[in-house]
Design a protein around this ligand. Structure first.
Ligand SMILES: Nc1ncnc2c1ncn2[C@@H]1O[C@H](COP(=O)(O)OP(=O)(O)OP(=O)(O)O)[C@@H](O)[C@H]1O
Ligand SMILES: [Mg+2]
Length: 220
């Protein structure tokens, strides 16, 4: 589902990733970890073509990233949901509208949008807060809305960058369980995190980035 072959990425002259090769299979849930600045976010950005590789090949959900034209990138993005820290909720819109926004750009019928949004809000257990504004939600609830927004267009791949960053241990566990449920229904999930507690005991593959490459792969 996600396939990197000898991928090298520079920012100007700064090498971030060098000859990186790995795959995440269809329906897999895997983790990416490593010290700050090692390139985790960069790797995720390569997957949804927010950054392009300097060398090597990346195939995501059947799309060859290097062959994508600017005008076909939106098609790839329909298949890739992202939960990123710099992609926050709109505070002047309700929970419902924050999630619906992801569908409105797809030109869907309002009734269909309503059904899909309420269904995904039910899944993240926030249907009863659909008409609340995000500033009146807890951090964990806000993060569940972010996940709902990423999932509402039914992506085949879900990418999460430090999804439990500022959350306490119990809330982190609830968010992690939500990713497991999403994965159990067939979505391929890749989670980047510093936090070993997120992957320990999961039995899932963990890629450890160091010095521009995967230093080792373990099972969490
Ligand atoms: N847009 C950019 N332009 C230039 N350099 C960048 C850019 N984005 C990231 N970098 C650099 O690339 C390296 C990898 O950054 P990246 O954000 O991928 O690391 P990270 O592993 O996600 O770190 P953290 O755990 O702190 O989030 C860093 O040295 C960073 O300064
Ligand atoms: Mg990062």
């Amino acid at each position: 589902m996600i396939q990197f072959s000898d991928v090298t990425k520079y920012y100007d002259d700064d090498l971030v990733l060098k000859d990186l090769t790995f795959t995440v299979g269809k329906g897999e849930l895997a983790f990416l970890t490593g010290p700050s600045g090692v390139g985790k976010t960069t790797l995720l950005k390569l997957i949804y073509a927010a950054e392009l590789p300097d060398e090597g090949n990346i195939v995501v959900a059947g799309w060859d990233i290097r062959k994508l034209k600017q005008n076909t990138i939106p098609y790839l993005r329909r298949h890739v949901g992202i939960v990123f820290q710099d992609f926050r909720l709109l505070f002047n819109k309700t929970v419902f509208d924050n999630v619906a926004l992801a569908l409105r750009i797809h030109d869907m019928h309002p009734k269909e949008i309503r059904e899909d949004v309420l269904e995904i809000l039910k899944e993240v257990r926030l249907k009863h807060k659909a008409h609340i504004y995000p500033q009146h939600l807890s951090g964990g609830e806000q993060q569940r809305v972010v996940i709902a927004r990423a999932m509402v267009s039914k992506p085949t791949v879900l990418l999460a960058d430090e999804p439990t960053g500022n959350l306490d241990a119990d809330t982190s566990l609830a968010i992690t369980n939500l990713f497991r449920e999403i994965n159990a229904r067939g979505t391929t999930v890749l989670i980047a995190t510093h936090s070993a507690s997120l992957y320990q005991g999961t039995g899932r593959r963990v890629f450890h980035l160091r010095d521009s490459n995967i230093e080792k792969e373990t099972v969490g």
